[in-house]
Design a protein around this ligand. Structure first.
Ligand code: GDD
Ligand code: MG
Length: 359
């Protein structure tokens, strides 16, 4: 395997994870458990597998949580540096803010909420062989309006960068992974908020810098919304999404320590059952993430949902595509559908709530 100890990795993990509230009230998005490990552990495992060992985490929101878990990085075969922004500096500001920690001529920058199977060695190879100032990993997606749309010319050079625009010129999007020459990082203004997407990339293109595209069609998913978070977790459990942090795919269900399901319960679709979770008789749980100590009552149905730590779902309740925070109690027979989110500690009395698509 090619190793790339000659580059640094920078992971941006300072966002507030607003779209994943209430889960991100207690943990930053990259630390949410996915297939039994913090999401970031999967990304770091891919970085390590590419032979990169020096990683700088650009943190801001809930900064301390990262160092508590990953420490020096030694246990993960990495050497991790932490840089904290007192005030969030946005993506470009965060990259500039770590410049003095970079050791190599090139740095690979990662958004901290992306699951990707791209060949990092090939990305770095393209950057070097094309002699680019910056190289962007690009992917084609069905709905490019939610991302940065990035057209390229016949030589693969980036011609424009349009962040979250209603009429994107191409379905080729910024996959949230870039190789920057360190000297280019140093040109980003220091000490203020800078958006790499809205300011740095358009600015580099306007100056005539060489920005290269690396188009790829391997597995790719931004897990920043409840729907994509549960999908990413299920894909990890089923071995569809790439990671080197798991011993192997678990198949239909990953059970953590002491999780127990009744004999007549059905649990499938890449569900993770956190430590000590209980699933009652005849309950059905599909493609969901149940945090530690969650309890699902008999005959309940839980599909594509996230169930917070210690949360109790009553008998016969139906949950489809919802997020429940920690220590929620959903009474028997409640029905919550399609994007409903319940804040930590809420109590929903038995039968007190019923959302249905035809209501
Ligand atoms: N350190 C730091 N400071 N990190 C930040 C800050 C900040 O102020 N703001 C955001 N981040 C981190 C987030 O934690 C996340 O890992 C990453 O930057 C991207 O932020 P998101 O909030 O997830 O952005 P997005 O998903 O809407 O859009 C970005 O990613 C898309 C691909 O997933 C953009 O880069 C798009 O162009 C791209 O297509
Ligand atoms: Mg994102």
């Amino acid at each position: 395997m090619t190793t790339h100890s000659g580059v640094d990795a920078v992971v941006l993990v300072g966002g507030k994870g607003t779209r994943l509230r209430p889960l991100t009230l207690s943990a930053p998005k990259p630390m949410l458990p996915t297939a039994g490990s913090p999401f970031l552990a999967h990304l770091l495992s891919r970085i390590r597998a590419a032979g990169i060992t020096h990683v700088v985490l650009g943190t801001s929101y809930r900064a301390e949580v990262f160092e508590e878990y990953f420490g020096t990085g030694e246990a993960f075969g990495l050497d991790i540096d932490y840089v904290v922004e007192e005030q969030p500096l946005d993506t470009g500001g965060a990259i500039r803010n770590v410049a003095d920690r970079l050791r190599a001529p090139d740095a690979v920058i990662f958004n901290g909420d992306v699951l990707s199977g791209t060949d990092l060695g090939a990305l770095i190879g393209t950057h070097r062989s094309s002699g680019a100032d910056v190289t962007l990993h690009l992917q084609r997606v069905a709905d490019p309006s939610r991302f940065g749309s990035v057209p390229t010319d016949e030589r693969g050079r980036v011609t424009a960068f349009l962040e979250k625009t209603p009429n994107p010129p191409t379905d080729q999007i910024n996959a949230g992974c870039y190789v920057f020459r360190r000297s280019v990082v140093e040109t980003i203004p220091a000490g203020r908020r800078v958006s790499v997407e809205r300011e740095t990339f358009p600015g580099l293109l306007a100056e005539g810098a060489h920005v290269q595209g690396f188009v790829d069609d391997s597995y790719w998913l931004d897990v920043g919304t409840p729907e994509t978070f549960v999908k990413g977790s299920a894909d990890l459990v089923r071995g569809i999404a790439p990671t080197s942090a798991l011993e192997g795919p678990s198949g239909e269900v990953l059970r953590l320590d002491g999780a127990r399901t009744s004999a007549t319960a059905k649990v499938y679709g890449g569900t993770t059952l956190g430590a000590r979770v209980r699933v009652g008789e005849r309950a059905e749980v599909e493609g969901s993430v149940l945090f530690d100590d969650a309890e699902i009552g008999e005959d309940a149905v839980v599909e594509h949902s996230v169930i917070g730590k210690g949360t109790k779902v009553g008998a016969g309740a139906v949950l489809r595509g919802v997020v429940l925070g920690d220590d929620v109690e959903v009474g028997a027979g409640c029905e919550l559908l399609n994007g409903a989110r319940v804040w930590p500690g809420a109590r929903l009395a038995a039968g007190s709530i019923r959302f249905s698509s035809d209501a």
